[in-house]
Design a protein around this ligand. Structure first.
Ligand SMILES: C[S@@+](CC[C@H](N)C(=O)[O-])C[C@H]1O[C@@H](n2cnc3c(N)ncnc32)[C@H](O)[C@@H]1O
Length: 192
């Protein structure tokens, strides 16, 4: 039995190293790490979302390790949460998290995919925590694909050229902002 310990420990080390390398490669490709939102920011996100009607479709664009999506699924038990993530290791962790928390796929599901390719047309609420370049790219995509009036909650970063409904400041170390938007297909028409 003792002869097995070095083999086990080397195998475990190799797996951890491979996972770290995979996360690193995906982070370079995506321009952002899978860093989860902190607890105070998660609380602020929930507050900014407010109440949701039964049957709401929530999409988290870039779900990372799935902690925010899990909190959303717990907070809104009558809604369905879909986390979209293209980084394999965080995706696997998020799926395990869902399983451990006994959340059925009817309430929480994690899909492997590119958030810029996702259709969004069913989403009533879209939540994201990305980076400025991703926000510049995602803004026009959501205006085109998401339905009129869909709510968007963005952690830290704003959309270029969109007027937020609100921008709450969290009391955390970074004074993180949480922006709330609604999709307006023709924003200029609305303002006239
Ligand atoms: C800062 S993390 C946010 C994690 C999670 N949303 C949270 O708030 O706890 C951003 C996530 O977006 C993912 N991401 C970035 N670009 C992506 C893309 N094009 N398609 C899918 N996921 C992407 C990253 O892999 C990362 O996990």
């Amino acid at each position: 039995m003792h002869e097995l310990y070095p083999i086990l420990s080397w195998t475990l080390t190799a797996i951890v190293l491979l996972a770290v390398l995979m996360i690193f490669a995906a982070s370079v490709r995506n321009g952002i790490t899978p860093m989860p939102t902190s607890r105070p920011v998660r609380r602020m996100v929930m507050r900014e979302i407010g109440r949701l009607p039964e049957g709401c479709e929530i999409v988290e664009a870039g779900a990372g390790f799935g902690t925010l999506a899990l909190n959303l699924a717990r907070r809104f038990p009558l809604c369905r949460v879909t986390g979209v993530e293209n980084s394999l290791v965080p995706l696997l962790v998020s799926r395990l998290l869902g399983r451990f928390n006994r959340l059925p796929v009817s309430r929480l599901v994690f899909r492997r995919g590119d958030l810029f390719e996702y259709p969004y047309e069913q989403a009533d609420l879209i939540v994201c925590y990305l980076h400025p370049a991703a926000m510049r790219r995602l803004g026009p995509i959501l205006r085109e694909r998401a339905k009129e009036g869909a709510k968007i909650v963005s952690v830290f970063f704003a959309f270029d050229g969109w007027e937020p409904d609100s921008a709450a400041v969290c009391g955390d170390l970074h004074r993180t902002k949480v922006y709330v938007y609604h999709v307006r297909k023709h924003p200029l028409d609305v303002r006239v």
